[in-house]
Design a protein around this ligand. Structure first.
Ligand SMILES: [Zn+2]
Ligand SMILES: [Zn+2]
Length: 343
C-alpha cells in the first residue's frame, strides 16, 4: 500500500508524532484530498489535550484544509477530480440523528468534526465527507492564504454577519491575533465603524493597517470609557481567550448591544446581572456550526473585499513548533502548514 506523511496525536496529552501511514481510501460518499495547506487553530488543542468526549486516538488534527480532490467515492457525483476544495471544522451531517432523518441537516445534533470525528489535514492526504466540502474560488490562488479562512475566517465572518449589526454601527474587535486580525478586516469591509482593542501600543499600527478606525490600548486606557466616548459598541467580538478582560468590556456596549465570544477558554467568567440588565445587554458564544454554504460565503466575501490572512508558513515536519507558536500567541498571526511540493 502506498504511504504518506502525517502528523498525529497518539494519545490524549501526548506530543505530536510524524508518522508514515497508508494513504486513505474514500468511502462511498467521501472524497480523497491531496492536501496543499492546513492552518493551525486553537480548536486543534482539544485533540492534543484530549478534551473532546469520545475522541479516539491516534488522531490526525487539522480543520483548515485546502487541497485538490484526487479520488472520488463511488457515490460522489457532485464533485470532480482535480477540483480545489476546502474543509473546515464542520465535516458534514451525521445522517443518523432525528434532525438528519427529517432532512434538516443544518440542525444535525452531532455533526462530524474534521480532525476529530475523522483524520484532518496535518497530512499529505485525507478523506472527507462530500457534504463537508467547500469549493475554493479560482481567485484564491494561494492555498496557504486560503486555509485560515476555513475556520478563523468563517467563524469571525459569520459571527459578525449574523450579529444584527448594520452598516455604520460601532463594532469592536477585542484581541488582534489569528481570529482578531481577520475580524478587523471583515468588520471594516462589512461597513461597520471598526474599533480594535488590544493591550499595549505594539499592535496599534497593525490595527489601522487592517482597517480599524479607532484603536483602544486596554493597558494604558480605560477601554469601557473609550468605547462610551465613541457612543458604545453594538457588538464586541471577543477573540482573545481572557474571561476577565471580556467581562470587563460589557459596560462598553450600547443599549441592546452584545458581546460575542469566539475564542476557546475554560476560565469561568464573572458577570454581574446588573451589567446585563442596565441596557438589556447580552453575552453569547458563536462557533462555525453548520450553516448553509457559510464557508463558501466566507471565501467569496474575502475575494470580493480583499480580506487576506497574515500567516507564517511551516512544513508538515514543523507541526509541533507551528502549534506551539499558535498556542503561545507568538505567531503573526496564523500558523499554516504547507505540504511538500504543493501550494
Ligand atoms: Zn445528524
Ligand atoms: Zn478552528
Amino acid at each position: 500500500m502506498p504511504l504518506m506523511k502525517a502528523v498525529q496525536v497518539p494519545a490524549p496529552g501526548a506530543e505530536f508524532e510524524l508518522v508514515q501511514k497508508e494513504i486513505p481510501e474514500p468511502k462511498e460518499t467521501e472524497v480523497r484530498i491531496k492536501v496543499e495547506a492546513c492552518g493551525i487553530c486553537h480548536g486543534d488543542a482539544v485533540v492534543k489535550e484530549g478534551r473532546f468526549p469520545g475522541l479516539s486516538y491516534p488522531r490526525v488534527p487539522g480543520h483548515e484544509v485546502v487541497g485538490k480532490i484526487d479520488k472520488l467515492g463511488s457515490k460522489v457525483t457532485s464533485w470532480k477530480i482535480g477540483q480545489r476544495v476546502g474543509v473546515g471544522w464542520y465535516g458534514g451531517p451525521c445522517l443518523k440523528c432525528d434532525a438528519c432523518k427529517r432532512g434538516d441537516f443544518l440542525n444535525c445534533e452531532s455533526f462530524l468534526t474534521t480532525g476529530i470525528s475523522f483524520d484532518g489535514g496535518y497530512a499529505e492526504y485525507m478523506t472527507a465527507p462530500m457534504q463537508g466540502l467547500a469549493e475554493i474560488p479560482q481567485e484564491l490562488v494561494s492555498a496557504v492564504e486560503a486555509a485560515p479562512l476555513l475556520c478563523a475566517g468563517r467563524t469571525t465572518f459569520t459571527a459578525l454577519r449574523n450579529s444584527g449589526a448594520q452598516g455604520g454601527d460601532l463594532v469592536a474587535i477585542q484581541g488582534l491575533g489569528g481570529l482578531g486580525h481577520l475580524a478587523v478586516q471583515f468588520a471594516r469591509k462589512l461597513g461597520y465603524r471598526t474599533v480594535a482593542i488590544s493591550r499595549g501600543k505594539d499592535k496599534e499600527a497593525l490595527a489601522y493597517q487592517l482597517g480599524a478606525q479607532n484603536y483602544i490600548d486596554a493597558e494604558s486606557t480605560d477601554a469601557v470609557a473609550e468605547l462610551k466616548k465613541l457612543g458604545g459598541a453594538r457588538v464586541i467580538l471577543a477573540t482573545a481567550p481572557n474571561s476577565k478582560a471580556i467581562a470587563g468590556l460589557i459596560n462598553g456596549l450600547c443599549p441592546d448591544g452584545q458581546v460575542i465570544i469566539v475564542a476557546w477558554q475554560n476560565e469561568p467568567m464573572q458577570i454581574s446581572p446588573w451589567q446585563l440588565l442596565g441596557g438589556r445587554r447580552s453575552v453569547k458564544g458563536w462557533t462555525a456550526r453548520p450553516a448553509r454554504n457559510s464557508s463558501e460565503d466566507t471565501l467569496r466575501f474575502s475575494v470580493i473585499a480583499g480580506v487576506v490572512p497574515m500567516i507564517e508558513v511551516f512544513s508538515l515536519e514543523q507541526a509541533a513548533l507551528a502549534f506551539e507558536k499558535m498556542v503561545s500567541s507568538k505567531v503573526h498571526f496564523r500558523s499554516v502548514l504547507k505540504m511538500d511540493g504543493n501550494a
